[in-house]
Design a protein around this ligand. Sequence first.
Ligand code: NAG
Ligand code: NAG
Ligand code: NAG
Ligand code: NAG
Length: 335
Amino acid sequence: MILSNILALSLIVVCVALESGTLARFSSTSLNRLERIKSMYAWEGFVYDIEDCRTTAEMAQDFGEMKERGARVVITFEFCGTGADASFYDDVISAAGSVGIDIIPLACTLPIHAVGQSYGPNDTFLIKSVPRIEAVTQAVINNPDPVLAIAIGDEPLYDDDAGSPAALASYIAEVRRNLSTAGLDIPLSISDLAYGWQSSGNITPVADAVDFFMVNNFPYFAFDATTGGNASTSWNDFIQDIDYFESIANGRPILVTQTGWPTNEDEFAPNSPDIVASVPSSEGFWNLLDSHCEDFFKSLNIGWMWRSWEDDIDGWGVKYLNGTDKWHWNARTEC
Ligand SMILES: *[C@@H]1O[C@H](CO)[C@@H](O)[C@H](O)[C@H]1NC(C)=O
Ligand SMILES: *[C@@H]1O[C@H](CO)[C@@H](O)[C@H](O)[C@H]1NC(C)=O
Ligand SMILES: *[C@@H]1O[C@H](CO)[C@@H](O)[C@H](O)[C@H]1NC(C)=O
Ligand SMILES: *[C@@H]1O[C@H](CO)[C@@H](O)[C@H](O)[C@H]1NC(C)=O
């Protein structure tokens, strides 16, 4: 009698647990995108370079592998071809959708590639960058479901891509209008450095135009940088930048869309004479971030994404170009 009561009770407990699990999942998917971004913390995923124009199947394979390893979000980097072809972003978005990972397409607003190109007369924001903003917007309208948010520019303030913060803000507003006409409400931001915001004069139009703050945070470039895992330099530099973003965010969510530490200095040179760019240094920075899951990322509801997936951004991947892991990386997605 008592035993069967206990059994019955434990069955009820199991059912309630299942039910509340289902409800929790239901309510988390019923959060709108901005609420989901606000609730995100810990390691979220990767920066993914699209410059070599992989096929939908190749991208789906990469995204699937990221997801198997715990990633939940991927943000694109650079651009394929001229970057103005909406159908390539259709491929990126459908590859993400096919494996069930959230995608943040980034409209690259630097008129040229970040590395290995110099400016020609046609390399202007209007000629090169605006068509990319339009292409990304169109692709998102074509297939919005896998899209978590849109990044309008990678360091567009730091590089002064649009000529002024007000000009950049006007394009953010245009994207918002076009999404709204299509019945969509998708969070918009720019992915930029604290220094980009700090050095750009009157940033109010951009600060007002974004829904949340996508942060590029690279202690590797700091003047006092040593090893990635050095808490007294890397972590201090990291949190100083977040403090700045907190000061301009007015309670809006923050997501570190790009952070990382390279294993060589080849693509982007450091500023510190004491820099160490190596596999242990990169691994040290990854583990430093993971170690602050409870006390920092969870307590502030901030997620972080690693630049980069592979070494197509030379030195910055968790994997070499041949797909081999540089170290046995893993990070907590909750804590
Ligand atoms: C710039 O664009 C014009 C018009 O499309 C073209 O005729 C010209 O060759 C381009 N110049 C360069 C340097 O690519
Ligand atoms: C917004 O829509 C207008 C009208 O279709 C179009 O001309 C413009 O290029 C679009 N802008 C963006 C950024 O998608
Ligand atoms: C960590 O940074 C401090 C402050 O610059 C420095 O004194 C120390 O040597 C560094 N440690 C390592 C392992 O690089
Ligand atoms: C992949 O590339 C790295 C770096 O060049 C090398 O150390 C490693 O042995 C390679 N792995 C395979 C399976 O080829």
